[in-house]
Design a protein around this ligand. Structure first.
Ligand code: ARG
Length: 474
């Protein structure tokens, strides 16, 4: 190429495309906008620089570029990083995406060394690298937030280890449980979310660099070395797969969807518990909002919003699955559409976890309302049946006897524990005065004293177990 043609450093020709050599007319302005990604993929700018510096370091190590080129690239990239962080970087739509924007700026700053950076690389392995690096960092932050929410819920469980509330099945009062036990159920769900994130992080953390466009490259590259520089655990073993695999991102959206599913269940409970009919909890005012017309209102907006936002994360997962479906090997431009759903899932899950960490710490259970509600609906009927079984009555017979007893109590509009002993004995002569503690809510929860049971001392044992797990994470 003669000097006269090589004008890509010339500001007058700054809009020249990196790939425009074989084209006879410029891209249509609308097509450019339609196919460009810089508006959203600039979020990955800093990891794009990390990836480029690692690639250049490797190229210098194997002798493809000079040490001087590497020094220039590092210097140029340091300045670009600074420009991006201080908001001075000028993003250009004409340059399509984050990769070409940064490369063009590098070349403008350092000249020919900037043009050597892309040796042995393609945007296809570059973008696959960027999204993995970016997602890896965000997964680590989401893991921290999941852990924080678990800690908040365990603290609530400890504080309320013996606060009794009705446990429901079919939304009907079933058996009394402890509020602490109820909180710990969510800690278990979050623990599985945590394990999923840690597990999928290994699959995110594999280096596609070196796959180049799709087939690999003719240069004597050292893929292990770039992988090590970037903190990747493994090197992707098939170049076609490396540039076209997005299942790690789909897995992330699936894990994010489950986190949102869990939070939406908690949200629904908070909404119910806060309604006047229940009055089980109070939420701090800063997590509620009023109505523009009804002055008395205090609405649980944060849980409701979170419940609604679970839908958009499921949508992100569905977008990802759909955009991958039927795409032939290797890279396809469709994959550019992976970023917005992944970013949206990241943002939504992070914000939701942040709101819930703060809000759940402020939830104030109302033990009296819970106790009162637990007394409705004969929640210790199973305890009475178990009592009869302990006195030699077969369970099915006991079930029937208790059914009649419940009917008698319902007719008298009283609880089982309020029936006189003679009445109880009229249904079964095995019943003695020692039945009364069994029929109390306190007796009922206390009796479920085994691993996973709702007894207050089991809740405390679980709190201790969780605290040990949290300490081991530090
Ligand atoms: N912006 C593109 C993406 O996000 C980068 C890769 C483009 N590669 C290509 N051959 N056009 O997927």
């Amino acid at each position: 190429m003669s000097q006269a043609q090589d004008n890509s450093n010339d500001p007058l020709h700054a809009k020249k495309k990196a790939w425009s050599g074989r084209f006879s007319e410029p891209v249509d302005a609308f097509v450019l906008r339609y196919t460009a990604s810089v508006d959203f993929d600039k979020r990955m700018a800093l990891v794009d620089i990390d990836g480029s510096v690692a690639h250049a370091t490797m190229l210098a190590k194997v002798g493809v570029i000079s040490e001087q080129d590497l020094a220039d690239i590092k210097r140029g990239m340091a300045q670009i990083r600074e420009e991006i962080q201080t908001g001075k970087f000028e993003w250009q739509l004409e340059l399509e995406d984050v990769h070409l924007n940064i490369e063009a700026r590098l070349t403008a700053l350092i000249g020919d060394a900037g043009k050597r950076l892309h040796t042995g690389r393609s945007r296809n392995d570059q973008v696959a690298t960027d999204i993995r690096l970016y997602l890896r960092g965000e997964i680590d932050e989401i893991i921290r937030r999941v852990e924080h929410l678990q800690e908040v819920l365990v603290a609530q469980a400890e504080k309320n280890y013996n606060v009794i509330m009705p446990g429901f099945t079919h939304m009907q009062v079933a058996q009394p449980v402890t509020f602490g036990h109820h909180m710990l159920a969510y800690v278990e769900m979050l623990e599985r979310d945590h394990a999923r994130l840690i597990d999928l992080r290994h699959r995110v953390n594999s280096s596609p660099l070196g796959a180049a466009a799709l087939a690999g490259t003719t240069y004597p590259i050292d893929r292990e070395y770039t992988a090590k520089l970037l903190g990747f655990e493994t090197v992707a073993q098939n170049s076609l797969d490396a540039v076209s695999d997005r299942d790690f991102a789909i897995e992330f959206c699936a894990a994010a969807s489950l986190i949102m599913a869990h939070i939406s269940r908690l949200s629904e409970e908070l909404v119910i518990w806060m309604s006047q009919r229940f009055g089980f909890i109070k939420l701090p005012d800063r997590f509620t909002t009023g109505s523009s017309i009804m002055p008395q209102k205090k609405n649980p907006d944060v849980p409701e919003t979170a419940r609604g936002k679970s839908g958009r994360v499921y949508g992100d997962l569905m977008s990802m699955l759909t955009l991958m479906k039927g795409t032939p090997l290797a890279y396809n431009k469709d994959f550019q559409e992976d970023k917005e759903p992944v970013f949206d899932a990241i943002d939504t899950v992070k914000d939701t976890l942040r709101a819930f960490c703060d809000m759940m710490a402020g939830v104030e259970p109302q033990p009296e309302a819970m106790h009162q509600a637990a007394q409705m609906g004969f929640p210790t009927a199973t305890d009475l049946a178990d009592y009869l079984v302990r006195h030699g009555v077969p369970f099915r017979t006991a079930h029937d006897i208790v059914g009649q007893t419940v009917r008698a109590a319902a007719e008298r509009k009283c609880g089982l524990e309020e029936l006189p002993l003679e009445v109880l004995q009229s249904f079964c002569d095995k019943i003695e005065a020692d039945v009364y503690p069994v029929l109390s809510l306190e007796g009922s929860v206390k009796a479920r004293n085994h691993v996973g049971g709702t007894a207050p001392n089991q809740v405390l044992a679980q709190v201790k177990r969780w605290e040990e797990i949290f300490n081991s994470r530090k």
